[in-house]
Ligand binder design. Structure first.
Ligand code: NAD
Length: 267
Protein backbone atom coordinates (compact mmCIF):
# COMPACT_ATOMS: atom_id res chain seq x y z
CA UNK A 1 0.00 0.00 0.00
CA UNK A 2 1.36 3.45 -0.87
CA UNK A 3 2.38 5.78 1.92
CA UNK A 4 0.75 9.21 1.84
CA UNK A 5 2.26 12.26 3.52
CA UNK A 6 -0.17 15.05 4.49
CA UNK A 7 2.59 17.64 4.11
CA UNK A 8 2.25 17.19 0.33
CA UNK A 9 -1.42 18.19 0.23
CA UNK A 10 -3.13 21.57 0.54
CA UNK A 11 -6.87 20.87 0.61
CA UNK A 12 -7.23 18.38 3.45
CA UNK A 13 -10.48 17.27 5.06
CA UNK A 14 -10.40 15.29 8.32
CA UNK A 15 -13.32 13.44 9.87
CA UNK A 16 -13.05 12.36 13.49
CA UNK A 17 -15.26 10.02 15.50
CA UNK A 18 -15.53 8.75 19.05
CA UNK A 19 -12.26 6.74 18.68
CA UNK A 20 -10.09 9.89 18.75
CA UNK A 21 -11.43 10.68 22.23
CA UNK A 22 -11.33 7.13 23.61
CA UNK A 23 -7.83 7.62 25.07
CA UNK A 24 -9.11 10.75 26.83
CA UNK A 25 -11.47 8.48 28.74
CA UNK A 26 -14.66 9.28 26.81
CA UNK A 27 -16.68 6.19 25.98
CA UNK A 28 -17.27 5.34 22.32
CA UNK A 29 -20.73 4.20 21.27
CA UNK A 30 -20.29 0.84 19.67
CA UNK A 31 -17.23 -0.76 21.24
CA UNK A 32 -17.91 -3.19 24.06
CA UNK A 33 -18.57 -1.20 27.21
CA UNK A 34 -19.71 1.70 24.97
CA UNK A 35 -22.43 4.18 25.82
CA UNK A 36 -25.34 2.42 24.16
CA UNK A 37 -24.89 -0.65 26.32
CA UNK A 38 -26.19 1.27 29.33
CA UNK A 39 -28.56 3.68 27.59
CA UNK A 40 -30.76 2.43 24.75
CA UNK A 41 -30.71 5.05 21.99
CA UNK A 42 -34.49 5.26 21.72
CA UNK A 43 -34.73 6.26 25.40
CA UNK A 44 -32.22 9.11 25.43
CA UNK A 45 -31.23 10.31 21.96
CA UNK A 46 -34.32 10.93 19.86
CA UNK A 47 -36.82 13.82 19.72
CA UNK A 48 -39.54 11.40 20.88
CA UNK A 49 -37.52 10.39 23.91
CA UNK A 50 -37.17 14.04 24.92
CA UNK A 51 -40.88 14.62 24.43
CA UNK A 52 -41.75 11.55 26.53
CA UNK A 53 -39.26 11.97 29.34
CA UNK A 54 -37.12 15.15 29.30
CA UNK A 55 -35.85 14.40 32.83
CA UNK A 56 -34.30 11.11 31.69
CA UNK A 57 -32.72 12.72 28.63
CA UNK A 58 -31.27 15.56 30.72
CA UNK A 59 -29.92 12.98 33.21
CA UNK A 60 -28.12 11.22 30.35
CA UNK A 61 -26.64 14.46 28.96
CA UNK A 62 -25.73 15.65 32.45
CA UNK A 63 -23.71 12.46 32.82
CA UNK A 64 -22.01 13.06 29.46
CA UNK A 65 -21.25 16.72 30.31
CA UNK A 66 -19.78 15.56 33.58
CA UNK A 67 -17.56 13.00 31.79
CA UNK A 68 -16.47 15.54 29.16
CA UNK A 69 -15.59 18.02 31.92
CA UNK A 70 -13.24 15.46 33.48
CA UNK A 71 -11.51 14.52 30.21
CA UNK A 72 -8.57 16.31 28.62
CA UNK A 73 -7.42 16.33 24.98
CA UNK A 74 -4.92 13.57 24.09
CA UNK A 75 -1.92 13.40 21.74
CA UNK A 76 -4.12 12.88 18.69
CA UNK A 77 -6.12 16.09 19.29
CA UNK A 78 -2.87 17.94 19.95
CA UNK A 79 -1.14 16.59 16.83
CA UNK A 80 -3.91 18.00 14.61
CA UNK A 81 -3.54 21.44 16.21
CA UNK A 82 0.24 21.27 15.81
CA UNK A 83 -0.05 20.31 12.13
CA UNK A 84 -2.54 23.15 11.47
CA UNK A 85 -0.33 25.63 13.29
CA UNK A 86 2.97 24.69 11.66
CA UNK A 87 2.10 23.23 8.26
CA UNK A 88 -1.44 23.74 7.02
CA UNK A 89 -3.74 26.35 8.56
CA UNK A 90 -6.50 25.47 6.06
CA UNK A 91 -7.33 22.01 7.39
CA UNK A 92 -11.06 21.45 7.32
CA UNK A 93 -11.97 19.45 10.41
CA UNK A 94 -15.34 17.72 10.72
CA UNK A 95 -16.11 15.97 13.97
CA UNK A 96 -18.97 13.70 14.94
CA UNK A 97 -17.87 14.17 18.54
CA UNK A 98 -19.73 16.40 20.92
CA UNK A 99 -17.13 16.38 23.68
CA UNK A 100 -15.42 19.76 23.02
CA UNK A 101 -11.94 18.17 23.09
CA UNK A 102 -10.88 19.50 19.67
CA UNK A 103 -11.82 23.01 20.82
CA UNK A 104 -9.95 22.59 24.09
CA UNK A 105 -6.85 21.38 22.23
CA UNK A 106 -6.88 24.52 20.08
CA UNK A 107 -10.30 25.49 18.74
CA UNK A 108 -9.16 28.89 17.49
CA UNK A 109 -6.68 27.21 15.19
CA UNK A 110 -8.82 24.32 13.96
CA UNK A 111 -12.42 25.59 14.28
CA UNK A 112 -13.98 22.11 14.12
CA UNK A 113 -17.31 21.71 12.35
CA UNK A 114 -19.37 19.85 14.94
CA UNK A 115 -21.87 18.07 12.71
CA UNK A 116 -23.63 16.39 15.63
CA UNK A 117 -23.69 19.45 17.86
CA UNK A 118 -21.93 20.05 21.14
CA UNK A 119 -22.32 18.94 24.71
CA UNK A 120 -21.49 22.45 25.87
CA UNK A 121 -24.47 24.06 24.16
CA UNK A 122 -28.23 24.00 24.78
CA UNK A 123 -31.04 25.24 22.56
CA UNK A 124 -34.33 26.95 23.33
CA UNK A 125 -37.17 24.67 22.21
CA UNK A 126 -39.28 27.75 21.34
CA UNK A 127 -37.05 30.13 19.32
CA UNK A 128 -34.13 27.66 18.69
CA UNK A 129 -31.55 30.12 20.02
CA UNK A 130 -28.34 28.30 20.99
CA UNK A 131 -26.78 29.06 24.39
CA UNK A 132 -23.35 28.16 25.75
CA UNK A 133 -24.14 25.82 28.61
CA UNK A 134 -21.81 23.54 30.57
CA UNK A 135 -24.18 23.03 33.51
CA UNK A 136 -24.54 19.48 34.78
CA UNK A 137 -28.18 19.58 35.85
CA UNK A 138 -28.38 16.14 37.45
CA UNK A 139 -25.64 14.65 39.59
CA UNK A 140 -24.30 11.13 39.14
CA UNK A 141 -26.94 9.74 41.52
CA UNK A 142 -29.67 11.21 39.29
CA UNK A 143 -30.64 14.05 41.68
CA UNK A 144 -31.42 17.52 40.25
CA UNK A 145 -28.43 19.49 41.51
CA UNK A 146 -27.16 22.01 38.88
CA UNK A 147 -23.40 22.63 38.93
CA UNK A 148 -20.85 23.86 36.39
CA UNK A 149 -18.92 20.99 34.81
CA UNK A 150 -15.54 22.66 34.62
CA UNK A 151 -15.59 22.24 30.81
CA UNK A 152 -14.63 25.92 30.46
CA UNK A 153 -11.53 26.88 32.43
CA UNK A 154 -12.98 30.43 32.58
CA UNK A 155 -16.73 30.68 32.12
CA UNK A 156 -17.39 32.81 28.99
CA UNK A 157 -19.56 35.87 29.72
CA UNK A 158 -22.34 34.63 27.42
CA UNK A 159 -22.59 31.18 29.07
CA UNK A 160 -25.54 30.19 31.24
CA UNK A 161 -24.82 30.34 34.95
CA UNK A 162 -26.19 28.31 37.83
CA UNK A 163 -26.92 31.57 39.71
CA UNK A 164 -29.21 32.97 36.98
CA UNK A 165 -30.81 29.69 35.98
CA UNK A 166 -34.57 29.53 35.35
CA UNK A 167 -36.08 26.19 36.34
CA UNK A 168 -39.46 24.51 36.09
CA UNK A 169 -40.21 21.06 37.52
CA UNK A 170 -36.50 20.23 37.75
CA UNK A 171 -35.87 21.13 34.11
CA UNK A 172 -33.82 24.06 32.78
CA UNK A 173 -35.59 26.90 30.95
CA UNK A 174 -34.07 29.13 28.29
CA UNK A 175 -33.11 32.68 29.30
CA UNK A 176 -34.57 33.99 26.00
CA UNK A 177 -38.18 32.66 26.07
CA UNK A 178 -38.35 30.92 29.45
CA UNK A 179 -39.23 27.71 27.61
CA UNK A 180 -37.69 24.26 27.95
CA UNK A 181 -34.00 23.98 27.02
CA UNK A 182 -32.77 20.90 25.14
CA UNK A 183 -29.22 19.70 24.50
CA UNK A 184 -27.85 21.17 21.23
CA UNK A 185 -27.16 17.66 19.97
CA UNK A 186 -28.27 16.08 16.70
CA UNK A 187 -30.40 13.16 17.76
CA UNK A 188 -31.23 10.09 15.70
CA UNK A 189 -33.79 11.13 13.09
CA UNK A 190 -32.52 14.75 12.96
CA UNK A 191 -30.43 16.39 10.24
CA UNK A 192 -26.73 16.99 11.03
CA UNK A 193 -25.34 20.53 10.95
CA UNK A 194 -23.07 22.13 8.26
CA UNK A 195 -23.84 19.50 5.58
CA UNK A 196 -23.81 21.93 2.66
CA UNK A 197 -20.34 23.26 3.54
CA UNK A 198 -19.09 19.74 4.33
CA UNK A 199 -20.09 18.30 0.95
CA UNK A 200 -18.61 21.30 -0.86
CA UNK A 201 -15.28 20.64 0.90
CA UNK A 202 -15.43 16.88 0.27
CA UNK A 203 -15.96 17.44 -3.43
CA UNK A 204 -12.88 19.67 -3.66
CA UNK A 205 -10.44 18.06 -1.26
CA UNK A 206 -7.15 16.43 -2.27
CA UNK A 207 -6.73 14.31 0.84
CA UNK A 208 -9.43 12.88 3.10
CA UNK A 209 -8.52 11.33 6.46
CA UNK A 210 -10.94 9.47 8.71
CA UNK A 211 -9.91 8.93 12.34
CA UNK A 212 -11.59 6.67 14.92
CA UNK A 213 -15.02 6.26 13.44
CA UNK A 214 -16.88 3.00 12.90
CA UNK A 215 -18.48 4.28 9.68
CA UNK A 216 -21.93 3.15 10.73
CA UNK A 217 -23.69 6.48 11.23
CA UNK A 218 -24.83 8.24 8.04
CA UNK A 219 -24.26 10.67 6.44
CA UNK A 220 -20.71 10.71 7.90
CA UNK A 221 -20.24 7.07 6.90
CA UNK A 222 -20.50 8.14 3.23
CA UNK A 223 -17.91 10.95 3.33
CA UNK A 224 -15.00 8.66 2.43
CA UNK A 225 -16.74 7.48 -0.72
CA UNK A 226 -17.77 11.03 -1.68
CA UNK A 227 -14.21 12.34 -1.32
CA UNK A 228 -12.74 9.38 -3.21
CA UNK A 229 -15.22 9.60 -6.05
CA UNK A 230 -14.26 13.28 -6.49
CA UNK A 231 -10.58 12.40 -6.84
CA UNK A 232 -9.19 12.66 -3.29
CA UNK A 233 -6.63 10.28 -1.82
CA UNK A 234 -8.00 8.65 1.31
CA UNK A 235 -6.57 7.47 4.63
CA UNK A 236 -8.35 5.53 7.36
CA UNK A 237 -7.00 5.43 10.93
CA UNK A 238 -8.61 2.99 13.37
CA UNK A 239 -7.54 0.62 16.12
CA UNK A 240 -9.45 -2.22 14.46
CA UNK A 241 -8.26 -3.82 11.23
CA UNK A 242 -10.74 -3.03 8.49
CA UNK A 243 -12.06 -5.28 5.78
CA UNK A 244 -10.89 -4.38 2.31
CA UNK A 245 -12.58 -1.16 1.25
CA UNK A 246 -12.05 -0.01 -2.36
CA UNK A 247 -12.34 3.65 -1.29
CA UNK A 248 -9.37 3.49 1.12
CA UNK A 249 -5.89 4.21 -0.29
CA UNK A 250 -4.06 3.77 2.99
CA UNK A 251 -5.16 2.09 6.21
CA UNK A 252 -3.25 2.78 9.43
CA UNK A 253 -4.07 0.41 12.25
CA UNK A 254 -3.54 1.47 15.85
CA UNK A 255 -4.64 3.76 18.62
CA UNK A 256 -5.27 7.34 17.53
CA UNK A 257 -2.97 8.69 20.27
CA UNK A 258 -0.05 6.82 18.68
CA UNK A 259 -0.85 6.78 14.96
CA UNK A 260 -2.11 10.35 14.50
CA UNK A 261 1.02 12.13 15.86
CA UNK A 262 3.21 9.90 13.62
CA UNK A 263 1.11 10.51 10.53
CA UNK A 264 0.84 14.27 11.09
CA UNK A 265 4.45 14.76 12.19
CA UNK A 266 5.68 18.28 11.57
CA UNK A 267 9.45 17.72 11.65
P1 NAD B 1 -18.34 4.57 17.23
O1 NAD B 1 -18.37 4.27 18.69
O2 NAD B 1 -19.40 4.00 16.37
O3 NAD B 1 -16.93 4.06 16.63
C1 NAD B 1 -15.71 4.32 17.26
C2 NAD B 1 -14.61 3.75 16.39
O4 NAD B 1 -13.38 4.15 16.93
C3 NAD B 1 -14.59 2.22 16.28
O5 NAD B 1 -14.42 1.86 14.93
C4 NAD B 1 -13.39 1.82 17.12
O6 NAD B 1 -12.73 0.67 16.60
C5 NAD B 1 -12.51 3.03 16.99
N1 NAD B 1 -11.64 3.27 18.14
C6 NAD B 1 -11.90 3.06 19.46
N2 NAD B 1 -10.86 3.45 20.21
C7 NAD B 1 -9.91 3.92 19.35
C8 NAD B 1 -8.61 4.46 19.53
N3 NAD B 1 -8.06 4.63 20.71
N4 NAD B 1 -7.94 4.85 18.40
C9 NAD B 1 -8.46 4.69 17.16
N5 NAD B 1 -9.69 4.17 16.95
C10 NAD B 1 -10.40 3.80 18.03
O7 NAD B 1 -18.31 6.15 17.09
P2 NAD B 1 -18.53 7.09 15.81
O8 NAD B 1 -18.08 6.38 14.58
O9 NAD B 1 -17.96 8.41 16.16
O10 NAD B 1 -20.10 7.27 15.61
C11 NAD B 1 -21.10 7.16 16.53
C12 NAD B 1 -21.74 8.41 17.07
O11 NAD B 1 -21.23 8.53 18.35
C13 NAD B 1 -21.48 9.74 16.47
O12 NAD B 1 -22.71 10.24 16.14
C14 NAD B 1 -20.91 10.63 17.61
O13 NAD B 1 -21.59 11.86 17.62
C15 NAD B 1 -21.22 9.88 18.81
N6 NAD B 1 -20.31 9.85 19.97
C16 NAD B 1 -19.51 10.89 20.30
C17 NAD B 1 -18.64 10.76 21.38
C18 NAD B 1 -17.75 11.93 21.74
O14 NAD B 1 -18.15 13.08 21.58
N7 NAD B 1 -16.52 11.66 22.19
C19 NAD B 1 -18.58 9.59 22.13
C20 NAD B 1 -19.43 8.54 21.76
C21 NAD B 1 -20.27 8.68 20.66
Amino acid sequence: MESLNPINYKRIVILTGAGISAESGIQTFRDSGGLWENYPVEEVATPDAFHRDPHKVWRFYSHRRHQAGLATPNRAHEALVDFAQKINPHLFLITQNVDYLHQRAGGDILSPHCMHGSLHQSRCTACQKVHLDDIVYYDESGRFNPKHSGLFSTLPTNALTVENLKISEELPLSPCCHELLRPHIVWFGEVPFHLEEIFRRLEHCELFISIGTSGQVYPAAGFLQTAKSHGARTVLINQEAHHHNPYVDQFLEGKAGEVVPKFFKTT
